[in-house]
Design a protein around this ligand. Structure first.
Ligand code: FSX
Ligand code: SF4
Ligand code: F3S
Length: 377
């Protein structure tokens, strides 16, 4: 990340600043009203900069991106889902800075929180697509049913299929973000036998789509991805499943606060036993942290107070494709990937330990054979 990148972002933010914003107050004024000081805001910007894997010197740019976030129109579509992804951001009694920024974003269309309904809502969507063509960020929540011509999901007074609404809205989007496991990979609707033929957005839309999975994803991962698009005007570096590396680059198991207990072989055997009381590792009661890529232990949920493993239940792998089918049963270890085989998909250092152990055994065997050959020694 060098000076050229810094200047490129700076220029982009300057040009965004010139666009008309929808907010009648600056983000600093909004923060102040909610009891956050400028210092809190800069502290947040520093943490977000680190999360986006940018150098600390980019902190003022991240703060500026939040300040101009009301310039970039966002259209948010709901497909087949539970709305937990939106709730992850908006259902809060004490808003965090992430929530405030989400409220500040120029949300042109979002069915859960807008006042319009029926004909009016449909008009609003058409209007937003037309006025902001080529400029809006499209966020999609929910899987897209494809069987029977998509008729398992119809929207609005003309009963258009979700698939058609998505295709029409994706056409003129500047960037597309799949928010949640459903829009990323189909989600619970796609669980076997997937009666509606639900799929993720990228199976239908022939444009780059960034996946922010999790059922639901954390507010930090959603807002971080949107800010990344504001900063760079493009999608961030992604893994094989199109998940931003800054959020999904490591496994739950790599960042888990119970990892010391895993390494020491200290496991909860039953929910409610003494080991559970002592906060031991949840692997034997089904934790799928070793197979799941996400940053939940770092970013947490509910105003960053907790996350599944902290609350006492193992990770169920909710940010992985097809987790409803591949990670079940949720409270037992996976039969085909037992404790001893975890190393198969572990990091290089634990594989290193395994090789050393094998070498150790070979040395011992060699010594024993030598002793037989040279009994005098
Ligand atoms: Fe899916 Fe989001 Fe799970 Fe729910 O809508 S990722 S079912 S939390 O809400 O899409
Ligand atoms: Fe944490 Fe689960 Fe790994 Fe145990 S198995 S250390 S609880 S992620
Ligand atoms: Fe999901 Fe596991 Fe995080 S279940 S919320 S990825 S701890």
């Amino acid at each position: 990340m060098n000076e050229t990148t810094f200047n490129r972002i700076k220029e982009r933010l300057e040009s965004l600043k010139k666009l008309p914003g929808i907010a009648d107050k600056s983000i600093s004024e909004v923060m102040e009203e909610k009891g956050f000081s400028r210092r809190d805001f800069l502290k947040w910007a520093g943490a977000m900069t680190a999360m986006l894997s940018l150098p600390a010197s980019f902190t003022p740019l991240v703060a500026e991106a939040a300040e101009v976030s009301d310039r970039l129109p966002v259209i948010w579509l709901h497909m087949a889902e539970c709305t937990g992804c939106s709730e992850s951001l908006i259902r809060t009694d004490t808003p965090t800075i992430d929530d405030l920024i989400f409220n500040y974003i120029n949300l042109e269309y979002h069915e859960t929180i807008m006042a319009a309904a029926g004909w009016q809502a449909e008009e609003n969507l058409k209007e937003a697509r037309k006025s902001f063509a080529g400029r809006y960020i499209l966020c999609v929540e929910g899987g897209i049913p494809t069987k029977m011509d998509g008729s398992f999901l119809t929207l609005g007074p003309h009963a258009e299929t979700g698939r058609k609404v998505l295709e029409e809205t994706a056409k003129d989007a500047a960037a597309i973000i799949s928010v949640g496991t459903c829009s990323s990979f189909g989600g619970i609707q796609a669980a076997a036998p997937n009666p509606t033929g639900a799929v993720g957005v990228d199976k239908i839309i022939d444009k780059p789509v960034i996946n922010v999975p999790g059922c639901p994803p954390s507010a930090k991962n959603i807002v971080g991805t949107i800010l990344n698009v504001i900063l760079f005007g493009e999608l961030p570096a992604v893994d094989n499943f199109n998940r931003p590396k800054f959020a999904y680059g490591l496994r739950i198991h790599d960042l888990c606060e119970r990892r010391g207990h895993f390494d020491a072989g200290e496991f909860v055997e039953n929910f409610g036993d003494n080991a559970a009381e002592n906060g031991f590792c949840l692997y034997k009661v089904g934790c799928k942290g070793p197979y799941t890529f996400n940053n939940c232990s770092r970013e947490r949920f509910n105003q960053h107070t907790s996350w599944p493993v902290q609350a006492g239940h193992g990770c169920i792998g909710c940010s992985e494709p097809d987790f409803w089918d591949t990670m079940a049963p949720y409270e037992e270890p996976l039969a085909d990937r037992k404790f001893a085989s975890i190393d198969a998909d572990a990091t290089a250092d634990s594989v290193g330990v395994k090789i050393l152990a094998v070498a150790g055994a070979a040395i011992a065997a060699h010594a024993a054979i030598s002793a037989i050959k040279n009994p005098k020694e």
